[in-house]
Design a protein. Structure first.
Length: 87
């Protein structure tokens, strides 16, 4: 269980850093694509950490937490894909 907590923490930190740099690039350039990219990475990062947090902290059913996690990751990937399409 400790290994899972460490990996989820690393995912949160690395995903947060990637989201921060993408958002920083968006603020510097004001390119919509970079804004969407930052939002997409933020959603993916949140989704990857959410299930365990909901289960441990709010006592939400694990299957419900995993469903919400998967929906956020899916939404994040869709936003990232859109960011690659937008000019």
């Amino acid at each position: 269980m400790l290994a899972l907590a460490v990996v989820k923490t690393l995912v949160l930190v690395v995903g947060g850093v990637i989201t921060y740099f993408a958002f920083k690039a968006y603020r510097r350039t004001r390119q919509r694509a970079l804004g969407y990219l930052a939002a997409g990475f933020g959603l993916v990062t949140l989704g990857l950490v959410l299930a365990g947090m909901l289960y441990e902290l709010l006592e939400v059913d694990l299957a419900t937490g995993i469903l919400l996690e998967s929906l956020l990751v899916l939404a994040g990937f869709l936003v990232i894909a859109y960011s690659l399409y937008v000019q």
